[in-house]
Design a protein around this ligand. Structure first.
Ligand SMILES: [Zn+2]
Length: 380
């Protein structure tokens, strides 16, 4: 048996007036997903545990069976995984602008990469601890790794949450590591303004120990492949011990290289038993807030990804699960922590005949904890 997991990021949505009180998925032309739902079984799944932000990292880890309450230490470590950066402890390190002790701009006026990189180099020059290293990411988003053991969990605050507020209240808290982070931020107040006028210090947050995710193959007994358009998912794949397959010409948008992605799936399925395909475009359009375009993006996904693949595989020998990681409703243009519809083809059948947010509620699985999805995927 082969196992295929399809994750169209952000596909789920709400019913919207503009679409005659239907969701984009209800309106879109999706004969292939509907076929899988009709011949398979459906439900809805909670992919974001209570108290967590509905980020793609949290939701996709949950789908892949990783309990984030146990393993998730923050965005920094996941981004480090995605970029192949090592370190015992990793934090996000924003370039920020602070005036009179107030957080004025968490994004350093979208500083250009080149300038940001100069700042990072200067910081690495200035800091004398050999176990501390700053890493440039993109623009104001950077990382700092600390290659030394610290026991405690530091409490930090995202800089975008404290715009207009005094930073003194939100400095890292809890012991020795927190003190080190504060010291690094102090040093940065001298170094950063010497290089740029867009930022005047770094803000360290969103991190902790590099997580050790359970190995996917050891847990489920299949060797797997991760195909994605974004570093985040590639990092998660790597963290789980999945082989990461890169596809040329992908854009993470509605104009992506669909054929390349679908072909990579077919090729990987020949070599391995488990393949994940995560695509980003539909989520981006959710963030843009364009309902009509989201309908179009879903229809294209159905044809060029789902249709293309199921026309070319042995459906008797393949089990397919399809679900978005989280909803990105066009009305709010951001992720929400609500259950998502899922289908599984090749295990059981129920009465659901169409794949959408409302039809799937009536499926045989009902509402499940997202951590159960891989149990369903690999159920005998
Ligand atoms: Zn998103």
């Amino acid at each position: 048996m082969k196992y295929l997991l399809l994750i169209p990021d952000g596909m789920a949505d709400w019913r919207i007036e503009e679409l005659g009180n239907k969701t984009p998925l209800e309106v879109a032309d999706t004969p292939n997903m509907d076929f899988l739902a009709k011949e398979g079984a459906c439900g809805i799944a909670e992919t974001v545990p209570k108290g967590y932000e509905p980020g793609s990292d949290i939701a996709n880890l949950t789908i892949l069976g990783v309990d984030v309450r146990k393993y998730y230490t923050g965005r920094g470590p996941i981004e480090a995984l995605a970029k192949g950066i090592r370190g015992k402890i990793v934090f996000r390190c924003n370039l920020v602008y602070v005036e009179n002790g107030i957080m004025v701009d968490y994004s350093a006026r979208r500083i250009e990469d080149e300038e940001a990189k100069e700042v990072i180099d200067a910081l690495n020059e200035a800091v004398e601890y050999d176990f501390v290293k700053f890493h440039h990411g993109t623009s104001y988003r950077n990382l700092v790794t600390i290659d030394r053991e610290f026991d405690e969990n530091v409490k930090t605050t995202p800089p975008h949450d404290i715009q207009g507020e005094p930073i003194a209240k939100y400095l890292p808290k809890n012991g020795e590591l927190a003190n080190l982070l504060i010291e690094l931020m102090e040093i940065s107040k001298k170094v950063v303004p010497e290089v740029t006028r867009k930022a005047n210090m770094v803000w360290i947050w969103g991190g902790g120990k590099m997580p050790k995710f359970p190995n996917f193959e050891r847990r489920w007994g299949v060797r797997g492949v991760m195909i994605s358009e974004v570093d985040l998912l590639k990092g998660i794949g790597r963290g789980l011990g999945l082989e990461v397959v890169d596809v040329p010409g992908v854009t993470g948008y509605i104009d992506t290289n669909y054929k390349g992605l679908a072909k990579a799936v077919l090729k990987s399925l020949k070599r391995r038993d488990f393949v994940v395909l995560h695509t980003e475009g539909i989520d981006e359009i959710g963030h843009e807030g364009d309902a009509e375009k989201k309908v179009e993006a879903i229809s294209i996904y159905d044809e060029k990804i789902v249709g293309y693949i199921i026309d070319r595989i042995d459906l008797e020998e393949t089990r397919i699960m399809l679900l978005p990681d989280h909803p990105t409703p066009v009305r709010v243009k951001t992720h929400v922590a609500e259950p998502v519809p899922f289908l599984i083809y090749g295990l059981k059948r129920d009465d659901v005949r169409k794949f959408d947010e409302f039809s799937c509620r009536k499926g045989m699985f009902g509402l499940i904890n997202g951590l159960k999805l891989m149990d369903i995927m690999f159920a005998r």
